[in-house]
Design a protein around this ligand. Structure first.
Ligand code: ADP
Ligand code: ADP
Ligand code: ZN
Length: 242
């Protein structure tokens, strides 16, 4: 797992410098998933994490786990999430920066649902710069709003392990039951149509500007997220390994 990618990096380094120098930073693979709610960020992030052996970090999953566990963080996040609003930056940024400092992040990670605001992106850039690091790719999974509404209505989520399914496009083996952990699947409260509309408008106002931000950093790649999900994955792998 991950072999082909890291081999590629070594080959590229060899080609560039004609000498093998072990540079820890180059071994890392740090990816941001951008895109509207329901674009398929989580679906693709899990596949990327599996292929390259790096953790999938979803801020939404972390919040939902905290809500389920009844923590103070969960209680703070819940009212915003239920209304389709963003959890405030002062809660979210510290939580994410702590998470990427954990030991399992040393070979990189794929961020799903963070950053969602310009201040979040700036905090991430700054925190990484202090360690001499930067993100490698921001992958924008592009899906128009019309398609999002269909996807969200059919999404079913496992609140135990974070897996997501779609009743038509990606069904579980047994209806209503998670393939990974056998927990019951649910229609998330915030996936109901009124809240989805709200989340889409929050996305356009606060998150879409990140596309320009990462274009400016020279790390933006865009994939057509309306294709079949395995095809989207192939397109992503092709750009990561180009
Ligand atoms: P989706 O996968 O549909 O985009 P997420 O699971 O990523 O949804 O997020 C669900 C909710 O959690 C968001 O609507 C928001 O309330 C909150 N949330 C998740 N990530 C962030 C973030 N980076 N900043 C603020 N709020 C967040
Ligand atoms: P996000 O994390 O961006 O909110 P998800 O990965 O949870 O999005 O996907 C939203 C819904 O759409 C899920 O039900 C998922 O199974 C489904 N889905 C994901 N990618 C595709 C695709 N390429 N085509 C059709 N449905 C998809
Ligand atoms: Zn599960």
């Amino acid at each position: 797992m991950g072999g082909s990618f890291f081999c590629y990096k070594l080959e590229k380094r060899h080609w560039n410098h004609n000498i093998f120098i072990l540079n820890e930073e180059e071994e890392k693979m740090k990816i941001i998933m951008l895109g509207a709610p329901g674009a398929g960020k989580g679906t693709q992030a899990k596949k990327i994490a599996g292929k390259y052996g790096i953790p999938h970090i979803s801020t939404g999953d972390i919040f939902r786990a905290n809500i389920k566990g009844g923590t103070e963080l969960g209680m703070r996040a819940k009212s915003y999430m239920d209304q389709g609003q963003l959890v405030p930056d002062d809660v979210t940024i510290g939580m994410l920066l702590d998470r990427i400092s954990e030991a399992d992040c040393q070979n990189g990670y794929v961020l799903d649902g963070f950053p969602r605001t310009i201040p979040q992106a700036e905090s991430l850039t700054e925190a990484l710069a202090k360690r001499g690091e930067k993100m490698d790719f921001a992958v924008d999974v592009d899906v128009p709003d019309e398609a999002i509404v269909t996807r969200m209505g059919g999404r079913r989520a496992c609140l135990k392990c974070g897996a997501t399914y779609h009743v038509a496009f990606n069904p579980p083996k047994t209806e209503g039951v998670c393939d990974n952990c056998q927990d019951n699947l649910v229609l998330r409260e915030d996936d109901k149509p009124e809240t989805v509309q709200k989340r889409l408008s929050v996305y356009h106002d606060q998150t879409q500007p990140l596309i320009e931000y990462y274009k400016g950093q020279g790390i933006l790649v865009t994939v057509d997220g309306t294709k079949e999900l395995n095809q989207v994955f192939q397109d992503i792998v092709a750009v990561l390994e180009a």
